[in-house]
Design a protein around this ligand. Structure first.
Ligand SMILES: [Mg+2]
Length: 220
């Protein structure tokens, strides 16, 4: 578990799904619930549903439209927004994420949410989990037209909020996104060791990872 040089950090950029919220909701929705409802609503088997959905998933991973509910509603001919509500009870904070948020806000850090989630998915979650009060801004990459994986996202973020990447911490559970932040010059980067509570620890490659948020705020 890394100890952070908090005195050198004045901006904290945070991802939402898998970082502050349990990725179980999203994983369960996309890998279980959606294929199940796709099969039912189109009158085909579950195996056939997965066969049809898999190439779409592979083709669009990491693209902005991957995170766009309108895109999936059109591609799959399903009311994806409404289907997401059917499993909304699974939306949950990761352990002590709220303690962490309260502590960094209290310490006077500038705290900004940056997510690839579509505004609709963001609202769905913010209606259930009280995250908004901790943040100066809630930014969806859809506002800029570039996913966080792309260098243009970081230029747009810089133009929008004006931050010093050398004095910023960014936490995200997706490695290509962390690499994109690193290329932009964000100095303090952390992955998440277990984004989905129902799965084991994840390989976080060259990045140190957050396990316990309470440990991370020591020395703040
Ligand atoms: Mg994430």
């Amino acid at each position: 578990m890394p100890s952070l040089p908090w005195r050198d950090i004045d901006t904290v950029l945070l991802d939402m799904d898998g970082t502050l919220l349990d990725l179980h909701y999203d994983n369960h929705f996309w890998m279980e619930h959606l294929p199940e409802r796709y099969a039912q609503l189109h009158g085909i088997s579950r195996a056939m549903a997965e066969l049809e959905m898999q190439p779409l998933f592979e083709r669009n991973a990491g693209q902005l439209q991957w995170y766009c509910l309108d895109f999936w509603s059109t591609e799959l001919k399903l009311p994806v927004r409404e289907l997401k509500l059917e499993t909304a009870h699974l939306i949950a904070l990761r352990p002590d994420a709220d303690t962490f948020l309260a502590a960094i806000k209290q310490a006077g850090k500038r705290v900004i949410l940056i997510t690839n989630a579509h505004r609709d998915s963001l609202s769905l979650k913010l209606e259930r989990i009280e995250l908004a009060p901790y943040f100066e801004r809630l930014i969806s990459s859809h506002d800029y037209g570039f996913a966080k994986e792309h260098p243009q996202f970081w230029d747009a973020l810089q133009a929008d909020i004006g931050f010093d990447p050398k004095r910023s911490l960014f936490i995200d559970d997706t490695l290509p996104i962390l690499r994109s932040a690193r290329d932009f010059g964000v100095a303090h980067l952390l992955a998440v060791s277990q984004p989905d509570s129902r799965k084991g620890p994840k390989d976080t490659g060259e990045f140190e990872a957050v396990g316990d948020y309470r440990e991370l705020i020591q020395g703040l």
